[in-house]
Ligand binder design. Sequence first.
Ligand SMILES: [Zn+2]
Length: 395
Amino acid sequence: MAAGTSTLHLLNARLADGGRWTLTVRDGVIAARSPATGAVAAVGDGTRLDLAGALVLPAPVDGHVHLDKTFHGGKWVPHQAGASVRERIDCERRLRRDARPAVAERAEALLRRLLAAGTTALRTHADVDEEIGLAHVEMLLRLRDAYAGAVTMQIVAFPQSGVMRRPGVAALLDDAVTAGADLVGGLDPQSIDGDAAGQLDAVFAIAQRRGAGIDIHLHDADAAGNAQLRDIAARTQAAGLAGRVTVSHAFSLGTPDRGDFERTAGALARAGVSILTSAPGAAPMPPVKPLLEAGVSVFAGSDNIRDSWSPLGSGDMLDRAMLVAWRQGYRSDADLALAYDLCSRLGARALGLPSRGVDVGDRADLIVVEADALGDAIARRPPRKYVIRGGVLAA
Ligand SMILES: [Zn+2]
């Protein structure tokens, strides 16, 4: 059964509203939905799959994951890095030299874990520096080719060790985009590079020259971080890159300074800059609802999974939705649904992918779990009964 030629009828599908529905998927898109009546013969030609009341959700989108950093697929590595970003960078550069098995094998093992959890689209960051050059970008390009039928993968050329303080890295980022990376990354332009204007000049120049998107890690807190966010927003507008720029983490939006928050959120919304959060454990988290109310695009991702930055993480976006809800103090069903939206529909929108959901016209990227309701699925994170990608049963 190939996408584009097939019809799949999902019978007795429970949707988040609690009702039972028949969903008809044609050419990779949800073509019809109607209340389940038990009249199976009425659905017409095509493959029939009786879900017996299992819950159907839009498939997860992991908006930020570091496939090339993980130790997954190898032995447990006790956490060794200090708390600061600089200490973690130095620790990673030391540990990665001896990490086994090879990075390609570990990245593939983690990708397979994400796929098993139902993720059908992701954005992954490939480290680029003067030591590894484009090796990780090329490895992830090969992985993307090998799994092209299973997942949509965007690759960010990511200067984890800095741009301005590492001569040659700006040119490597340009080469990485030419080689096939979709986005050019940045990292703490002020606190790591000590030259915010220099790094942002370089990153935006590459994006404009090559038609690439931008995804910048920004860990700086409070006023210093928000000033950089407004700078990035202004540059995005000037470059005509609305909808193509993401700032990941943006801890500074968690500032208690309401005026600073509102000024910055307004600038991000006007410029079309998206904010990615991993619902971090110990850092201030961007407040999701106030950002959405200000018109800012917000989505979620795993970030580090069992690597030198964090020993934790599962790659399951139902886990991530639980963590978003936990950090934001969400309890109602509506709020839990929002937490999952960040991990699915809103992620697809931020990545510029076709709309996914359970409505007619949505791309049929779906997961099926045994759960009473979406809140139940987030609370228990049951295994995926089925994964459907582009209308095709994937697992
Ligand atoms: Zn990251």
